[in-house]
Design a protein around this ligand. Structure first.
Ligand code: ADP
Ligand code: MG
Length: 238
């Protein structure tokens, strides 16, 4: 589960077409990174996949079903944003459990899922703490825990590490890769950071001005960039 097909998907805000008609397939379990300069349309692409932004044309299919008219919560998708908000008055446990409470899961199931997420994210010994008692990296892990707790088939991450310092960012990259190999879900990760793209991705999608310039593995993009933009952006100027 977690197979995505975008066919002719575009987005306009007023007269500005910020995503040109785009085709893209993402297969189950793939760690895909959208990379490109600020303003190229990365967040808009994610928000359309999540259902937070209506598409102007085209279709989005998830696991064989067209989801164009499906509400975000019905898409089997979960999204982590750059700025995450935890509930300061709730324990880490309740922060992670929140989507399960909303979905009215029974307590034994809440326990099972929260404990599993906490274990994956190494937060087991922090479950009774409040967010204010945690480090920045731990807080970010709680936000990720909340996103993964319902075990969706697709995770979307929009620059989830950009508020962290360099050391934490490096640590979280490793954590997220570990999380991906453990859970095996489809992940789409947005960043403007080429190093993140090159080190984390199975597949990189390079965006520029609302268009896909190239799709490929990090090695393919590095050795066979389609054009100077991709070469320059990925870091191999030859
Ligand atoms: P990125 O995430 O790559 O930095 P965005 O997807 O946020 O880029 O934005 C792509 C383009 O769409 C930008 O030119 C931005 O100004 C424009 N845009 C994004 N959201 C809106 C909106 N709600 N209304 C009008 N323009 C928008
Ligand atoms: Mg963005």
């Amino acid at each position: 589960m977690g197979h995505l097909i975008l066919s002719g998907v575009s987005k306009s805000f007023g007269s500005a077409e910020v995503i040109k008609p785009t085709d893209l397939e993402i297969v189950d379990g793939e760690f895909t990174v959208f990379v490109g300069p600020s303003g190229c349309g990365k967040s808009t692409m994610l928000r359309m996949i999540a259902g937070l932004e209506e598409i102007t044309s085209g279709t989005i299919e998830i696991d064989g079903k067209v989801v164009n008219n499906l509400a975000p919560v019905k898409r089997g998708i979960s999204m982590v944003f750059q700025s995450y908000a935890l509930y300061p008055h709730m324990s880490v446990y309740e922060n992670i459990a929140f989507p399960l409470r909303v979905a009215r899961e029974k307590q034994p199931e809440v326990d099972r899922l929260v404990n599993r997420a906490a274990e994956v994210l190494k937060l087991t010994d922090r479950l009774k703490h409040r967010p204010g008692e945690l480090s920045g990296g731990q807080r970010q892990r709680v936000a990720i825990g909340r996103a993964i707790v319902r075990e969706p088939s697709v995770f979307l991450f929009d620059e989830p590490l950009s508020n962290l310092d360099a050391a934490l960012r490096a640590e979280m990259r490793v954590e997220l890769s570990r999380l991906h190999s453990k859970l095996g879900n489809t992940m789409i990760y947005v960043t403007h950071d080429q190093i993140e793209a090159m080190t984390m991705a199975d597949k990189i999608v390079v965006l520029r001005d609302g268009r896909i310039e190239q799709v490929g593995s990090p090695l393919e993009l590095y050795h066979k960039p389609n054009n100077r933009f991709v070469a320059g952006f990925i870091g191999n100027p030859n």
